[in-house]
Design a protein around this ligand. Structure first.
Ligand code: ADP
Length: 197
């Protein structure tokens, strides 16, 4: 149930925060199958930006599920709430001049639309692309092995759908690009938007 009688307070402007940080806030929203490379590439671009003196904060789906989103599972409603909370948090960060790097599977168009609706022009949909077979072969967390043994319910790409993004701002095909090249592509993308030097 939503609260009533709420009067939001004015905070220091985005411009003030961006001027202090010497950068523009934005959100890189990296979606894709588990094991496609979202977190790996998020880590790489964060390091590149950090080395260039840019202030970033990473919001990683797995990490958030140990804290802010620890009470959420993988039902459709819970996936929606997982995205809603993360997008609202990313919004606070971007509005305070931070480059937020979000890595969450975000498997359905409806979920990405929810994040887009919350973040508006700060939402940059980055599709980190790799086939199920490739992710299964990489299996960085041993999840695909468990899936094959029938131990993971509602696994994305198998019994829970992954809808490919139709018009992402950027697609990073990790079957073709190295981690370093992917980070470079992202940097170029941010440069194109006037975000990073
Ligand atoms: P996700 O966050 O999408 O679940 P991870 O980043 O945790 O995926 O895991 C991706 C795995 O794939 C890592 O073990 C990484 O080393 C490996 N990998 C192999 N090639 C690439 C690539 N080109 N880009 C990103 N990750 C890659």
């Amino acid at each position: 149930m939503s609260a009533t009688n709420i009067t939001p307070h004015k905070t220091l402007s985005r411009f003030a925060k961006e001027t202090l940080l010497g950068q523009k806030g934005t959100v890189l929203w990296m979606c894709g199958l588990s094991g496609s490379g979202k977190s790996t590439i998020a880590g790489a671009i964060e390091q590149v930006l950090h080395d260039k003196g840019r202030f970033t904060i990473r919001l990683d789906g797995d990490n958030l599920r140990t804290g802010l989103n620890s009470n959420l599972g993988f039902s459709d409603d819970e996936r929606l709430e997982n995205i809603r909370r993360t997008a609202e948090l990313a919004k606070v960060l971007a509005e305070n001049g931070v480059i937020a790097i979000c890595s969450l599977i975000t498997p359905r168009g409806e979920l990405r639309d929810l994040a887009r609706g919350i973040l508006g022009t700060d939402f940059n949909e980055i599709y980190v692309k790799a086939s199920y077979a490739t992710c299964e072969a990489r299996d960085p967390k041993g999840l695909y092995k468990k899936v094959a043994e029938g131990k993971v319910p509602s696994f994305t790409g198998r019994d829970s759908a992954f809808e490919e993004p139709q018009d992402p701002a950027l697609t990073i095909d990790t079957e073709k690009l190295s981690v370093e090249d992917a980070a470079f592509e992202l940097l170029e993308f941010l440069r194109g938007k006037g975000i990073a030097l």
